[in-house]
Design a protein around this ligand. Structure first.
Ligand code: GDP
Length: 677
């Protein structure tokens, strides 16, 4: 078994078109996983691929949740991180199981909107990263500008460990500022890394760049600070260690550069992954059930099922092992369902093959066939009962009504939806109480579109789709009191319950949308009935009285009440609380809230005016803009309901040259005119 400290579980994040696919292919090529590099002819998206193998490899690198390859003595597991933010849960899940990441940036475009969004998520999960400035061969390549924008736009502390040999068409290699050698990439596909002396013409620049680098690094090591005075003692091994430590503590982002397409710099990036990014031993995970799960091979088995996929061989469940070992045939337990089952075959996924393995251990990423679980479940040894920290599952913000086109489609549609829901907890399926139509809800327009497409492609289902609707919320804007008495004491068993108190608005963006406070003193409501009151309030907030949307941002304070020794029951108090809430809600100036998206648009500067005007006409509020020579970035907060069809709209506003990303930023009061019935 490979030593755990030699494993790197990493993701590659990039703005669309920065070169993530090309780089992933080169990584698989140089690590010997694919035998041939085939190019996308014609350049740009939508170019025709004329090689079956490329299609095959592309398909797999895109579809496969994890691919394993080997670089020298390091095993690298590449975990797919979907770029689009509509797939929040997929991104969260991938971030959860990876230990480090490579951030790919275009040398011309620099930090783009999706980099900003992914960066926020990476910071939330405290993922150490190295940056790779790609496309150094392109006209306008400006690696130093990109380094600056990493600092200015993302607030990182980027340190360039390389200096380019030539730029644009003249870009031929990189100077390693740690070893002070010039690296060239020879052979037909750049597979031979030739380390040579630094060209005379660049000696001075390289020396200056190295001094700058040492200066930056000395912030992280007193030892280095002292050693700089005597350069001879500053060995590469020593510097690698300083960089590694500062990278792991998230204080520094090492920056490398190259051109994936031109086969330059990729092997040095692989070295950097092996040198600076964390091994599974460097990361700890907190269990939701308390305690920290440490990567102990002799400990109980604990793993997270982070992705389910279906192919011709059946269901594949991807597992990240956090502790212990796992063999086919082991009995394990699904903490959520308490199902105990035997593990089927275990496989490691390579670019073009599955390798059956006899054992997996803490730190590994493997897949198993036919496990009994949903995505996000924790699996562990019987009796262990660990549940890994629950992933943050956001509430869906958009809903579509879908109807099968024919009776035949109906059965297949429900089969497909069942499967998708198991894979993706942010996808919800329900029924419209009034019309009986099937409703699917998710994180955005694209999120749902993908499932509609998969339904058709994988299950051959044809559906009719209704207009999208967004998830509104209700809240209150002032304090109001309630005093409600339930009294039914004429004949038969009686009912008596009285509740008194008030409801107050709570600051938005608190984690808890509802807070209950019990201030009953002196037993005016006996304590055994208080939980029933709380239940009643919770029932009440599930459907608001304005339009039936869930109520958020309310604090209920129960101050007192009355009871009857014989006629008071739990159900009575629950009912009284519901009614009391309704009474106060009506007097608390209730409002409807709508979901707001934080939208980031990246565009050539000439379209800024039109795009900005269009965002405003969508009731957007501009949050900021950065306009540079070649590109501009706009940030706005826009109601989700106004963002339908935005990708098409933006394309026509910018001749297809702008791109955007968005994520939920919160809820704001909706103007009455904007709410669809
Ligand atoms: P992704 O969307 O991030 O996966 O990007 P791709 O890997 O599909 O690359 C987008 C486009 O950029 C393709 O046309 C690539 O051929 C091209 N590309 C990728 N890497 C480089 C590079 O290093 N230099 C240049 N000039 N083009 C590149």
């Amino acid at each position: 078994m490979i030593p755990r400290e030699r494993i790197r579980n990493i993701g590659i994040s990039a703005h669309i078109d920065a070169g993530k696919t090309t780089l992933s292919e080169r990584i698989l090529y140089y690590t010997g996983k694919i035998r041939q590099i085939e190019e996308v002819r014609g350049g740009g998206k939508g170019a025709t691929m004329d090689s079956m193998e490329l299609e095959f490899v592309k398909g797999i690198t895109i579809a496969s949740a994890a691919t394993t390859c080997q670089w020298n003595d390091t095993q690298i597991n590449l975990i797919d991180t979907p770029g689009h933010v509509d797939f929040t849960i997929e991104v969260e899940r991938a971030l959860r199981v990876l230990d480090g990441a490579v951030m790919v940036l275009c040398a011309v475009a620099g930090v783009q909107s999706q980099s900003v969004t992914v960066d926020r998520q990476m910071k939330r999960y405290r993922v150490p990263r190295v940056a790779f400035i790609n496309k150094m061969d392109r006209p306008g390549a400006n690696p130093f500008g990109v380094v600056r924008s990493l600092r200015e736009k993302l607030g990182l502390n980027p340190v360039a460990l390389q200096y380019p040999i030539g730029l644009e068409k003249e870009f031929v290699g990189v100077i390693d500022l740690i070893e002070m050698r010039a690296n060239y990439f020879e052979g037909e596909n750049g597979e031979i890394v030739a380390s040579k002396p630094i060209p005379k013409a660049l000696e001075a620049s390289a020396r200056e760049a190295r001094e700058k680098m040492l200066d930056d690094l000395s912030m992280f090591s007193d030892e280095l600070m002292a050693a700089i005075l005597d350069e001879a003692t500053v060995t590469p091994e020593f510097l690698w260690e300083v960089v590694r430590r500062a990278t792991l503590s998230l204080e520094l982002t090492p920056v490398l550069m190259g051109s994936a397409f031109d086969n330059k710099g990729v092997q040095n990036l692989l070295d950097a992954i092996a040198r600076y990014l964390p091994s599974p031993l460097d990361r700890e995970v907190t269990a939701e059930t308390g305690g920290i799960v440490i990567p102990d091979l002799d400990g109980p088995f604990v793993a997270l099922a982070f992705k389910l996929t279906q192919d011709e061989f059946g269901q594949l469940t991807y597992l990240r092992l956090y502790s212990g070992t796992l063999k086919p045939g082991d009995r394990i337990c699904n903490t959520r369902t308490q199902d105990v089952f035997r593990v089927g075959r275990l496989v490691r996924l390579h670019a073009d093959a599955r390798q059956e393995i006899a054992e997996a251990a803490a730190g590994d990423i493997v897949a198993t066939l036919g496990a009994n679980c949903a995505s996000g479940d924790t699996l562990c040894s019987e009796g262990t009962q660990v549940s890994l920290e629950q992933m943050f599952v956001p509430d869906p913000v958009i809903t579509l009504a879908v109807a099968p086109a024919t009776q035949e489609d109906a059965g297949r549609m429900s089969k497909a939806l069942n499967r998708f829901v198991k894979e993706d907890p942010t996808l919800r399926v329900g029924t419209d109480a009034e019309t009986g139509a099937t409703l699917i809800s998710g994180m955005g327009e694209l999120h749902l579109e993908i499932y509609l497409e998969r339904m058709q492609r994988e299950y051959g289902v044809r559906v009719d789709v209704g207009a999208p609707s967004v998830a509104y919320r209700e809240t209150i804007s002032q304090t109001a009191r309630f005093d409600y008495t339930l009294k039914k004491q004429s004949g038969g068993p009686g009912q008596y319950a009285r509740v008194i108190g008030r409801i107050e608005p709570i600051e938005e963006s608190t984690e808890e949308p509802f807070v209950f406070e019990n201030r009953v003193v002196g037993g005016s409501i006996p304590s055994q009935f208080v939980p029933a009151c709380e239940k009643g309030f919770r029932d009440a907030i599930a459907t608001g009285k304005l339009a039936g949307y869930p109520v958020v941002g309310v604090k209920v304070i129960l101050e007192g009440g009355a009871f009857h020794a014989v006629d008071s029951k739990e159900t009575g108090f629950r009912y009284a609380a519901m009614q009391g809430f309704a009474q106060a809600f009506a007097n608390a100036k209730p409002l409807i809230l709508e979901p707001m998206m934080r939208v980031e648009v990246e565009t050539p500067p000439e379209f800024v005016g039109r795009i900005q005007g269009n965002l405003m006409s969508r009731r957007g509020t501009m949050l900021g803009s950065q306009i540079e020579e070649n590109s501009a970035r706009l940030e706005a907060e826009v109601p989700l309901v106004e963002m339908f069809g935005y990708s098409t709209g933006l394309r026509s506003l910018s001749q297809g040259m702008a791109s955007f990303s968005m994520e939920l930023s919160g809820y704001r009061p909706a103007p009455a005119s904007s709410i669809a019935a």
